[in-house]
Write a protein that binds this ligand. Structure first.
Ligand code: FES
Length: 330
C-alpha cells in the first residue's frame, strides 16, 4: 500500500515512535526496513494482512504491510516493512528509502483491512509485485495451521521478486513463482481462480488490473463476496477525460463541485465536513456512502459487479460521477 495520503480520519490505531534498526534490499528498487520502539518498550501484536501508517514530513501518511518472516507476531520484537521506490510518486517512498539506521519515525497502527478469514476452507493467495508483502505474512499464518493453501507470486522479473527465496525455502511447493519476462505475460489469474477447489477463499494483492481480473474471474466462477479478499497496491490516478461534477449533501442541501484531480473526500474536507475513511485507494470500504440520486463512476475494488450496477452505494475516496450531480446520504 505505498500510497501517499492525507492522514486518515478514524480507525488509524495508536501512535508509535519507532527507530530504524536495520536496512536491507531484498529486491531491485525495494528497501526493507526493520523498526523497533524508540523508547525500548513493546510493540503491539498484529496479524497477517495488517499494516502501519508511517507519518511523512508534512503530515501525510503512507501505509505499509507488516511482514512476518517467522517471528512471534503476538509479541513482535520489530516491525518489518518493504518499500518499493516509486520515483514518479509523491515522494513518500523516496523518503523511506533515504532513512538510515538510527533514524526515528512516527507511525500509527497496526490496523488490518485485509485479514485472513477464520474458516477452514482452502486459501488461494495471488501476489503481484510488492503486493507480496501482506501475503508473505498470510503464508506464514497459514503454514502454522491445518488449512490447505497455495500461493502464486507474480513479478516482472526475478530481480524485483522480493522474498521469493524466503517463500520457496519456507513453504516449498505451496509457492509458485511467475516471472512476467520469462512467461511472456502476466499471471493467468482467471485460470487459477477457475481451477480453485470448491469453497476456496481468494486473497489478491497487487496492481489494479490483477485485482480486477481476479474479482471478475471469481464472480464468474460463483465465489460469494465474502470469499473474495483484495488489497490494492496502486496509487489512484486521475483518469484522462475526468470532468467536474456536483455533489449534494442530503442532510443539509449543500452543493459542492468536485473538479478533476480532487476526490469527493478532499472536496468535503475542504468544506469543513468530517468524513471517516482510511485507505483512500478504494479497497477498504470504510468510506462507502449511499447514493440517493445520480449515477456513480465506480473506481474502487470493493464492490461486486452487481453492486456497481445497482449504483446505490459508492466509495467516495476514489469514485466519481457519470451524471452531472450525485445526491449523497451524508
Ligand atoms: S477509504 Fe478505503 S475505500 Fe475509501
Amino acid at each position: 500500500m505505498p500510497t501517499t495520503q492525507p492522514s486518515p480520519t478514524g480507525s488509524s490505531g495508536q501512535e508509535l515512535e519507532l527507530t530504524v534498526k536495520r536496512i536491507a534490499d531484498p529486491g531491485e528498487g525495494i528497501r526493507e526496513i526493520a523498526l523497533v520502539p524508540a523508547d525500548g518498550g513493546k510493540l503491539p501484536a498484529y496479524d497477517a494482512g495488517a499494516h502501519i501508517r508511517v507519518v511523512l514530513p508534512g503530515g501525510n501518511t503512507n501505509a505499509y504491510s507488516l511482514i512476518d518472516l517467522g517471528s512471534d507476531v503476538e509479541n513482535p520484537e520489530e516491525y518489518l516493512l518493504a518499500i518499493r521506490r516509486d520515483d514518479a510518486g509523491a515522494g513518500g517512498s523516496k523518503w523511506m528509502h533515504e532513512l538510515a539506521v538510527g533514524d526515528r519515525i512516527t507511525a500509527r497502527g497496526p490496523q488490518n483491512d485485509f485479514p485472513l478469514d477464520d474458516g477452514e476452507a482452502p486459501a488461494l493467495l495471488l501476489a503481484g509485485g510488492i503486493g507480496v508483502t501482506p501475503l508473505v505474512s498470510m503464508a506464514m499464518a497459514l503454514a502454522r495451521g491445518e488449512r490447505d493453501w497455495q500461493m502464486h507470486y507474480a513479478a516482472r522479473s526475478a530481480a524485483v521478486a522480493a522474498y521469493a527465496d524466503h517463500l520457496t525455502g519456507t513453504h516449498g511447493t505451496r509457492i509458485a513463482l511467475h516471472r512476467d519476462d520469462e512467461a511472456g505475460g502476466p499471471l493467468p489469474v482467471a485460470d487459477l481462480v477457475a481451477a480453485a477447489a470448491p469453497g476456496t477463499h481468494v486473497y489478491v494483492c497487487g496492481p489494479r488490473p490483477m485485482i480486477d481480473a481476479t474479482r471478475q474471474a471469481a464472480e464468474a466462477a460463483g465465489f460469494t463476496p465474502e470469499r473474495i479478499h483484495t488489497e490494492l497496491f496502486d496509487t489512484p490516478e486521475p483518469e484522462a477525460g475526468d470532468s467536474p461534477f456536483e455533489i449534494e449533501i442530503a442532510s443539509t442541501g449543500q452543493v459542492f463541485t468536485v473538479p478533476p484531480g480532487l476526490t469527493i473526500i478532499e472536496v468535503l474536507e475542504e468544506n469543513g465536513l468530517d468524513i471517516v475513511y482510511d485507505c483512500q485507494r478504494g479497497d477498504c470500504g470504510i468510506c462507502q456512502t449511499a447514493v440517493l440520486e445520480g449515477t456513480p463512476d465506480h473506481r474502487d475494488v470493493v464492490l461486486s459487479e452487481a453492486e456497481r450496477a445497482a449504483g446505490d452505494v459508492m466509495q467516495i475516496c476514489v469514485s466519481r460521477a457519470l451524471s452531472p450531480r450525485l445526491k449523497l446520504d451524508l
